[in-house]
Design a protein around this ligand. Structure first.
Ligand SMILES: [Zn+2]
Length: 429
């Protein structure tokens, strides 16, 4: 009897051994379990910039062959920088993040407005991962004022943050960004950071100043293309190809509208406050809000504007904004919203508050992207977490967050992204 029991146990052990051996035999050594992610957000990079100049590019073709790409990327409305940066980092529409303008200010209290929604780098820090966020505004906001959440057991990761700035020198930016990106790869190698998110500003700057079809924009695209090419070479050289992923996306596209709408012809500027686009109050742009000083005048100002039937301009009362714009339920949206049609832009006054971006601007963004494909951007990703040589369908700005979380093994918070649109990008082992 004992012999029989022994034989049965020995049989089970043997079978278990063969199962384990078989599993190991079919198990591909996938990648290093700790994955790194470098997200490079290229400001104002329109979806067709790569296609129109592909004969002269070497970095983007490598991304295409070695990784995944979306057919194009649809930004959120308004298709301006700040709303899209924050949506990419949270997976939520501006309706939830409350970010519509360039600054994180509360319109009413004038205080710095801190969205209650944590971006992905804060999620990473809660998991104990170090993050580096450079020129991607929002990183300077303190989401961890309570430092730990209930049940938080892990030590928090660190955050290296440099907020956005406008005084870039286009003569040195190629060298500056090459150095910045290489030092991030060094930090990956030394395990000093796991998630890096970097905003690259020059394509947007030259797109505004010279227009999307200018030689300046074409040359700027070739510069970032070369930076990407060199970056991919450095992944090989630093033996990071099994652990580091590079994710390239843009916030929005760019267009060169021909027609100007001069708002002061239709609105008494002493009666209202105006915010336009991701630029400055009373500036130029394609999306804006009008806040009557006396709230009782909202109806009459709206009806007056609406009755003018201004060519190229949509005017909405907040409650009438179409649901699909994903903005109307935010308390940061003013009582009257205006937006330009494609081929038009809005100028508040003849005496615009100028800055380097708006002065003599040719290029604009901010339009409702679903009716204007000039606003569409790009998405590429390469690395062990992504498939090779795969092109997916169009994706939206709300979709990246789930991919970032997936790569970093972070549990995503509820978000507006669609897993169906991005799941085929993932490498499965
Ligand atoms: Zn811009």
């Amino acid at each position: 009897m004992k012999k029989f029991q022994f034989a049965v146990i020995a049989g089970f052990v043997l079978i278990a051994f063969f199962i384990v051996v078989a599993l190991f035999a079919t198990y591909k050594v996938p990648y290093e379990p700790k994955q790194r992610l470098l997200v490079l957000m290229i400001g104002g990079f329109r979806h067709d910039y790569v296609i129109r100049d592909q004969a002269n590019l070497i970095g983007f073709p490598r991304l295409r062959v070695e990784g995944v790409r979306a057919e194009y990327l649809t930004p959120v409305f308004p298709s301006d920088s700040y709303p899209n940066w924050y949506t990419a980092a949270t997976g939520l529409y501006p309706e939830s993040t409350g970010i519509f303008n360039r600054k994180f200010f509360n319109r009413t209290t004038k205080e710095l407005y801190i969205p209650k929604i944590e971006p992905v780098w804060t999620r990473a820090m809660r998991k104990g991962l170090n993050s580096t966020v450079l020129y991607w505004d929002g990183c300077q906001l303190d989401f961890l004022e309570n430092k730990t959440s209930p049940g938080q057991a892990k030590k928090l990761g660190t955050l290296t943050c440099i907020p956005n700035k406008d005084d870039w020198d286009s003569n040195t930016i190629f060298r500056d960004f090459t150095r910045i990106l290489y030092s991030i790869l060094d930090d990956f190698v030394k395990d000093r950071t796991s998630l890096a998110m970097v905003y690259y500003p020059i394509i947007d700057m030259v797109g505004h100043r010279f227009g999307p079809d200018s030689n300046e924009t074409i040359n700027a695209v070739r510069d970032i293309d070369l930076i990407i090419y060199n970056l991919l070479n450095q992944l090989d050289r630093r033996q990071l190809t099994r652990s580091a992923n590079v994710y390239v996306l843009s916030d929005h596209g760019m267009s060169a509208p021909k027609h100007r709408i001069l708002l002061e012809n239709y609105v008494n500027l002493h009666e209202v406050k105006i915010w336009i686009g991701d630029l400055y109050a009373r500036g130029k742009g394609t999306f804006g809000m009008i806040l009557p000083h006396n709230p009782n005048h909202t109806e009459s100002i709206y009806h007056y504007l609406h009755a003018q039937e201004i060519e190229g301009l949509h005017v909405y009362k907040k409650e009438d904004i179409p649901f699909g714009f994903h903005v109307k339920y935010s308390d940061k949206i003013g009582p009257i919203v205006i937006r330009a049609h494609p081929d038009y832009y809005i100028d508040a006054t003849n005496y615009t508050e100028t800055d380097t971006k708006t002065e003599g601007a040719i290029g604009f963004h901010g339009y409702f992207p679903h009716e204007f494909d000039d606003m569409n951007g790009i998405m590429y990703a390469v690395g062990p977490s992504f498939r090779r040589g795969f092109r997916g369908g169009p994706i939206e700005q709300v979709d990246h967050y789930q991919l970032f979380c997936h790569v970093m093994r972070i549990r995503a918070k509820p978000n507006n992204g669609s897993w169906v649109r991005v799941r085929d990008f993932i490498e499965t082992y």
